[in-house]
Write a protein that binds this ligand. Structure first.
Ligand code: IMP
Length: 173
């Protein structure tokens, strides 16, 4: 059974960088009352910390997508739980845990663009840039990491380890 091993991003590093990201969002979107759209399940911890680091008027919603089974990319993305509000005319920020191949984000951006937001930005905690197969623009990036499968701070392996307060490599596969 694979286990969380080497720490890739410590709890302190996460919190420091998220405070910076929150300040960037506040600076760029301070007067636009954005809606931050968290991508379930992975981004829920990041979302909770990010909004508390963004001292502006904002609203939140969540969208659930399924793209992975047991840690491997299936290349298939679908919405399993949709937004609860309209985003037409709104300033929207997608808050995602990770960009890996880029397939999930490409699908999400296309889907949300079709709903005619005023603008659509993307904020990701972790970018695995080496693994990209489709080119997708990301506006705010927390950390760039090498090609390792990570768990913790929202990231899971078969549903486990989301509750670790840091990001670790999954070892012993
Ligand atoms: P993409 O479509 O390949 O960019 O994958 C994005 C999704 O894959 C993320 O939302 C995660 O759910 C999942 N994912 C990719 N890499 C990892 C990882 O290292 N740990 C946990 N989940 C991952």
């Amino acid at each position: 059974m694979p286990q969380p091993g080497r720490v890739i991003i410590s709890e302190a590093e996460l919190q420091t960088r998220i405070v910076e990201l929150g300040a960037e969002l506040a600076r760029d979107l301070g007067h636009e009352r954005p809606i931050l759209v968290g991508v379930l399940q992975g981004a829920f911890l990041f979302m909770a910390d990010l909004i508390r680091a963004t001292p502006i008027e904002l609203t939140t919603d969540f969208i659930g997508v399924a793209s992975y089974a047991g840690g491997k990319s299936s290349g298939q993305v679908r919405i399993v739980s949709d937004l609860s509000v309209s985003i037409e005319g709104r300033t929207v920020v997608i808050v995602e845990d990770i960009v890996d191949t880029g397939l999930t984000l490409t699908y999400l951006k296309r889907t949300l663009e079709a709903r005619h937001p005023r603008s659509l930005r993307v904020c990701v905690l972790v970018d695995k840039v080496e693994r990209r197969t489709v080119d997708v623009a990301v506006d705010y990036v927390g950390f760039t990491i090498p090609n390792v499968f990570v768990v913790g701070y929202g990231f899971d392996y078969e549903g486990l380890y989301r509750n670790l307060p840091y990001v670790a490599a999954l070892e012993g596969e």
